[in-house]
Design a protein around this ligand. Structure first.
Ligand code: NAD
Ligand code: DAU
Length: 332
């Protein structure tokens, strides 16, 4: 029975990962999370206490990280500042958590000889033209655009350097856009769903032509566990589920599923430096580890997600006004 230290386990993907391990493994877990604006203790409150211990703390806190890492078998590192728009307003927390935090963890796993899996993003590769036949592959050169993606790229580089220079036992994964339950309502899909549920018009940046490669969070997490169990040490795996759609298509689908007219939204100010398109080639993961996504039908996954936000108003409603006020102040 492995003991797994999960950083950022009170956030969107990390908390779904905790649920994944509860349902599919007999691992015991320690969650380390600073409960920033993006972390929510409520997200983990109904989970069995005998499987998971929660520690409120910062991944930059070296003595705390050292103590927790020394007592674990494997560290799965989700904690990050994760929202591009926030990184454009104030990049500092992104440098601190994503770079210094990852460095702090790396030094601890190096000292104690522990296994690390580092969670990262496809955004490290920059963006693609809409008609580019290529998709991102593991060997592609990094070319990040935003403060968020550049700090994630820096964290990946640190992990790769610690593998090569110090023989740290680590794997990395870079995933495309996730959707599903417990995602913060600042993000595209939950923002639009909760706008409609609150009687507000959805907001599309620019012209809505930007393409994202959507994957259900449970498929991301099953891939992460496959890499932890069977991935080759030092390797990077791209995670994606062939889910390319432009933002306008996704928004129209949300409106249709919510039985609203598909043009009932507003075009708002575009994001500065907005990446045009991401697309993942996940052949390496599929061929080497036999992983396949299970949410093949995007509409069905979206409907489940809509149902979840409809049924869990208590989880998001209190923060809705503040999130929208923040966007309104920047014309979005
Ligand atoms: P999130 O913002 O929902 O959650 C991040 C969590 O990290 C929060 O619980 C927060 O409290 C915690 N945290 C932040 N700073 C911390 C610190 N200094 N110490 C301890 N905890 C801290 O993010 P998410 O969407 O769940 O993303 C998780 C990881 O997955 C990130 O590394 C992100 O870069 C990566 N990723 C996300 C996506 C996506 O679509 N959301 C896609 C690919 C990769
Ligand atoms: O690709 C993986 C990345 O996906 C992760 O690394 C990030 O942590 C995660 O936040 C996500 O980044 P994006 O910037 O792509 O996600 P976001 O939900 O912010 O926006 C998705 C798209 O929708 C993007 O093209 C911007 C657009 N958008 C977003 C919001 C919030 C809108 O059109 N309207 C909106 O209100």
């Amino acid at each position: 029975m492995p003991n797994v230290l999960i950083t950022g386990g009170a956030g969107f993907i990390g908390s779904n990962f905790v649920r994944h391990l509860i349902h599919h493994t007999d691992a015991s877990m320690v969650v380390l999370d600073a409960l920033t604006y993006a972390g929510n203790r409520k997200t983990l409150s109904e989970l069995p206490g005998n499987r998971m211990e929660f520690v409120e703390g910062d991944i930059c806190d070296e003595p705390l990280v050292d103590r927790l890492v020394s007592a674990t078998d494997v560290v799965v590192h989700f904690a990050a500042e994760s929202h591009n728009d926030n990184s454009l307003k104030n990049p500092w927390p992104f440098v601190q958590t994503n770079v210094i935090g990852t460095y702090t963890l790396l030094e601890a796993v190096r000292r104690h000889g522990k296994r690390l899996h580092h969670i990262s993003t496809d955004e490290v590769y920059g963006d693609l033209e809409l008609d580019d036949p290529e998709r991102f592959v593991e060997e592609r050169a990094y070319n990040p655009s935003s403060p968020y993606s550049s700090t994630k790229a820096a964290s990946d580089m640190l992990v790769r350097a610690w593998v090569r220079s110090f023989g740290v036992q680590a794997t990395l994964s870079n995933c495309s856009n996730n959707y599903g339950p417990y995602q913060h309502i600042e993000k595209f899909i939950p923002r639009q769903i909760t706008n409609v549920l609150s009687g507000l018009r959805p907001k599309l940046y620019g012209t809505g032509e930007n393409v994202r490669d959507w994957i259900h969070v449970d498929d991301h997490n099953s891939a992460v566990w496959a890499i932890i169990e069977r991935g080759r040490m030092g390797e990077t795996y791209l995670i994606g589920a062939d889910g390319e759609r432009n933002n306008k298509q996704v928004l129209e689908e949300i409106l249709t599923l919510l039985e609203r007219p598909s043009d009932e939204y507003e075009l708002v100010l575009d994001r500065p430096g907005h990446d045009l398109r991401y697309a993942i080639d996940s052949s390496k993961l599929r061929k080497e580890l036999g992983w396949e996504p299970t949410f093949a039908d995007f509409s069905a996954g979206l409907q489940d997600t809509i149902n979840w936000y409809r049924d869990h108003r208590d989880w998001w409603e209190a923060g809705k006004q503040a999130t929208e006020a923040k966007y309104a102040a920047q014309g979005q």
